[in-house]
Design a protein around this ligand. Structure first.
Ligand SMILES: C[S@@+](CC[C@H](N)C(=O)[O-])C[C@H]1O[C@@H](n2cnc3c(N)ncnc32)[C@H](O)[C@@H]1O
Length: 664
């Protein structure tokens, strides 16, 4: 339970996650011109941004958004720089700590890249490294592992005070790589959401212009109809997919990961990792094409790998685009690329040739080079309608030319999964796209929207911007000190974009309870199912703590500072804290983590009393099913006093690598 003591809450997401399905003319046919050769940028003009800036009087808002992004980029670059120089200066020491911890956690398993000699030293150093290293796995960790094994049907390693649990979460040594992947994806999603926001604004503007034009055109129908159509089509042309714009932005600013392609696994991405779009894979260098199935290293890589013959394939995506594909999980017959109707019925319409990706896959056979295999699945809850799961490394064992179903020559490749990798998750995690229960406000069936953030009084309080984008039912673009939503006193209805947190829980959650007593064997732990499992959480999902909330004075967090400086109530008002001891909603079961996947956001809607802001938890990342939800309780260390006036301490068992080891 949350202690009825002083507690502060961090609101420090580095960015936001998720993306979206095209709503306006973003669903336009894929622009294959934008696909460039490996490693090249997607050359796409940021037309929206430029034309907006030139056209609109309110450049300030846009420039503040751009500044936010620039700040995020700067932070990321600075962080990377620091990490690079740290690694240079303190390389051996750092490595020692990381790998040592890892070895201490699970000495039997060894997949690190460290040299054998170094590993030995590290194992020794780990032995004296502290409580975690010395004591082996705690009951808490063991139970969690067993629990996950039961839920997922496969074995998962959980570090004792060093790593988190389920699919896609890395082992200890890969933690920092994992963090980089996470950061990069968050930055991508922040860019993405900003572009979506820009596009939604443009669509709204077009809609209102269209209405005006329609009114005029009823008067002068025949005379003006031709002129009206022409500019509309032009405008459609300049609309580009926000995910591709986000990729371009990150390429321009050098904030993508792994710009040089790599053979084999990519650090920080474990088997079972789920991507929510092809663009996400592009920005972390996992698969560098947002459209093509085969990602390969071209001749330019010859300099770095003199012993190899290029092109060489590094990754493939199976997404049911080819009628001749066959997928038996551990063995795949993959059709080469080219010759099919990309935008239509996907059937072969001409012969394939043995070049580029096709040749690259053939070269993998000759040189025994493994290929990363990613499977795409339909998933209504993903912002792209698809989920891409990394299913591990496969060897290309055979290739042949064949006549495909449609009578054209196709190249076929037999791929076999390399043994010794974690089990395939694809078959085990089923996405349940159950009907989302309607919220009470939905059932009322009211209509009415705030459309223009410049005229909506509440949006004005947010800096004349809606904090959410509309797609996928509303997603928060980025964390703010406080969000002003429209409320019952406003004239808009429940569908208003500025009421996202009032729409209720949209995803199925499951509370897993287990007894943590020494006299209870692991087999006896209890398992309560509150909801169907398998609900997918993507960014913007929220969980409400209905309790009034007041930050403790003196907390160091940014949100507190802002709240306190906002009004003068802080000096005389009593301090509030959340106490879910006697009542609460499902959020009372959410544990603290030093590496959380949710973040706290204060929201005001029905009133503007800062003391009683609602505390809303938003997903900071795309969260796959069956992953534990956590947020940072934000306690200031040594701020909790017992009834005897003495400082109270509580150990933290979150398992994050950089765990602070204490809740308070
Ligand atoms: C809001 S409750 C979370 C749900 C709680 N685990 C339960 O089963 O009811 C907060 C309490 O859970 C425990 N807790 C949560 N996160 C923890 C962590 N990382 N390490 C240790 N205890 C934690 C602490 O006892 C804390 O006071």
């Amino acid at each position: 339970m949350v202690e009825a003591t002083r507690q502060s809450v961090n609101s420090t997401p580095k960015g936001t996650a998720g993306g979206g399905v095209d709503q306006c003319n973003l669903a336009a046919p894929l622009d294959s011109d934008a696909v460039k050769s490996p490693g090249n940028k997607i050359k796409e003009k940021d037309e929206l941004e430029e034309s907006d800036a030139a056209r609109r009087p309110d450049q300030r808002r846009r420039s503040s958004r751009i500044q936010t992004l620039q700040r995020a980029e700067k932070e990321l670059l600075a962080k990377r720089k620091m990490e690079a120089s740290d690694a240079q200066e303190e390389g051996p020491v750092k490595k020692r700590v990381n790998v040592g911890r890892r070895v201490a956690v699970n000495a039997a398993e060894d997949v690190t890249e460290a040299a054998p000699k170094e590993k030995q030293t590290l194992t020794e150093s780990a032995a004296g490294e502290g409580d975690n290293a010395a004591s082996g796995k705690s009951d808490y960790v063991k139970i969690k592992e067993t629990l996950c094994e039961r839920v997922l049907g496969r074995s998962l390693e959980v570090g004792n005070g060093s790593t988190s649990v389920v699919a896609g979460i890395p082992h200890v040594a890969e933690k920092s790589d994992h963090a980089k992947v996470k950061e990069t994806l968050r930055l991508f999603n922040t860019h993405y959401l900003h572009f979506v926001q820009g596009e939604e604004e443009r669509c709204r503007k077009e809609d209102s212009e269209e209405k005006t034009v329609t009114n005029v055109s009823t008067k002068n129908a025949s005379k003006k109809s031709n002129q009206e159509n022409a500019p509309k089509e032009d405008k459609k042309k300049i609309s580009k997919r926000p995910d591709l714009k986000a990729v371009s932005k990150m390429l321009e600013t050098n904030t993508t990961l792994n710009p040089k392609k790599r053979i084999g696994d990519i650090p920080g991405v474990m088997v079972g990792h789920q991507f929510y779009s092809r663009a996400e894979m592009v920005v972390i260098g996992f698969h560098s094409h947002w459209l093509n199935g085969i990602d390969y290293m071209g001749l330019a890589y010859q300099q770095d790998y003199r012993d190899y013959k290029f092109p060489l394939a590094v990754a493939i995506v199976l997404s049911g685009m080819y009628e001749d594909d066959l997928d038996n999980a551990d063995e795949i017959v993959y059709t080469g690329q080219g010759g099919h109707n990309l935008t239509g019925d996907k059937r072969q319409i001409k012969d394939q040739t043995l070049e580029r990706g096709n040749l690259a896959l053939k070269n993998c056979i000759d040189q025994d080079v493994p290929v990363r295999v990613i499977r795409g699945h339909e998933c209504a809850n993903s912002y792209t309608g698809k989920i891409y799961t990394y299913d591990g490394l496969y060897k290309v064992v055979k290739f042949w030319a064949d006549k495909g179903i449609s009578g054209f020559t196709v190249y076929k490749y037999r791929l076999r999964r390399i043994q010794g990798q974690p089990m395939l998750t694809t078959n085990q995690v089923q996405f349940i796209n159950g009907r989302v229960p309607q919220s009470v406000s939905h059932l009322r069936g009211c209509k009415g929207n705030c459309i223009d953030p410049r005229t909506c009084a509440c949006a004005k309080l947010n800096g004349s911007d809606f904090p959410y984008v509309e797609r996928d039912g509303g997603r928060l673009i980025e964390a703010k000190d406080v969000i002003y939503e429209c409320g019952p006193k406003c004239g808009c209805g429940p569908e208003c974009i500025n009421r996202v947190s009032q729409r209720g829980l949209r995803h199925h959650l499951e509370v897993i309870a287990f007894l943590h007593r020494s006299d209870v064997s692991i087999e006896n732990f209890r398992f309560f199912e509150f909801h169907e499992k398998g609900g997918l959480l993507d960014h913007g999902t929220l969980y409400l703590l209905e309790h009034p909330f007041r930050r403790s004075r003196g907390s160091s967090s940014q949100a507190t500072h802002q709240l306190d400086s906002h009004d003068d109530q802080r000096f005389d008002a009593p301090e509030f804290c959340i106490d879910a001891g006697s009542s609460g909603n499902i959020a009372r079961f959410i544990n603290h983590s030093c590496e959380p996947n949710l973040f706290v956001q204060c929201v005001l809607s029905s009133h503007h009393d800062m003391k009683l802001a609602r505390v809303v938890l938003f997903a900071a990342d795309n969260i796959p099913p069956l992953q534990e939800l956590t947020y940072d309780y934000g306690y200031v260390l040594d701020s909790v006093l017992g009834s005897d006036g003495k400082t109270k301490r509580m150990p933290c068992y979150c398992g994050a690598v950089d765990c602070r080891k204490r809740l308070f």
